[in-house]
Design a protein around this ligand. Structure first.
Ligand code: ARG
Length: 269
């Protein structure tokens, strides 16, 4: 409860600051103190989504903006609930701190629900399945996920910092002395390292993997899966938003909106 109130205060500050920056704030609202108390909806509260827009097709930069499945589902949720909507782009491992500190209203970033993360945030109902896969160069001697854990294995594995790919590889490979982990700020940078032969493989979520492989010659995704996971939206613990967002999400799934957004970004095979 405490955290939720803090979240609102910060959000309100951001809205006020945004309004001030736009040149239509401070003086105006000070001149009409009754306006705000008149009606709550007079000043629409804005939901701030924390994300890492390096993860196509869920969130990525296009022109000046950030688009993708998560961006569109979140915008539809905000609209349904009557909030304004903004996206804050940041490092993946800054998303949960932004949410717990109230700088962001929620985090949405193809984020996997994990026991560890559940210690610091609450998650919405899941809205998608994620699969961790391994990208290698064509002709690589790594032909299945098990090759990474084989006795005497010694591969250099690329991951995006703080992702489940990082967490799994750290436990299954680095801790067991079966190889080295190279951590990157962006999945695309890990893939570039693979292309230039600096590393042996990249562990990353399947949909971005498909896009990276399509954009670079000579790469492929191993047929075997590393892990299957659930994506969900994260909130500060005990936030009242969780339930509201779950309600909106349910409706948007039931009326086909979520599927239509997914279809727009992922070609049905
Ligand atoms: N599903 C993985 C995780 O939760 C990776 C998500 C990365 N998302 C991003 N927007 N970069 O750790």
């Amino acid at each position: 409860m405490k955290k939720f109130l803090k979240g609102i205060l910060v959000t309100t500050m951001v809205v006020a600051m945004t309004a001030a920056l736009a040149g239509c704030g401070g003086a105006d609202s000070a001149a009409q103190p009754e306006a705000a108390s008149d009606s709550e909806s007079a000043q629409k509260e804005t939901l701030i989504m924390a994300t890492n827009a390096e993860f196509p097709p869920y969130e990525f930069h296009e022109g000046q903006g950030i688009v993708g499945i998560d961006a569109e589902i979140a915008a539809a949720i905000a609209e349904k609930l009557g909030y304004g909507f903004e996206i804050e782009d940041m490092a993946f491992d800054s998303i949960i701190p932004a949410v717990t500190s109230g700088k962001a209203s929620f985090g949405m970033a193809g984020m996997t629900v994990t026991e560890d993360r559940l210690e610091s945030v609450d998650f919405s109902d899941s809205y998608a399945t994620g699969v961790q896969v391994v990208i290698v160069k064509e002709g690589s001697e790594i032909t299945s996920v098990d090759d990474l854990f084989a006795e005497g294995a010694n591969h250099t594995v690329g991951v995006q910092t703080g992702t489940t790919g990082d967490i799994y590889a750290s436990g299954d490979i680095e801790k067991k002395d079966l190889g080295t982990i190279d951590r990157y700020n962006k999945g695309a940078d890990a893939v570039q390292s693979l292309v230039t032969g600096k590393i042996d493989c990249v562990i990353i979520d399947r949909e971005p993997a498909k896009e990276f492989v399509a954009a670079n010659e000579g790469l492929k995704i191993l047929d075997t899966e590393y892990a299957v996971e659930d994506y969900a939206i994260c909130f500060a613990k005990d936030s009242e938003l969780t339930e509201k967002v779950n309600g909106a999400l349910k409706e948007l799934i039931a009326d086909g909106t979520v599927q239509a957004i997914v279809d727009k970004y992922i070609n049905a095979e």
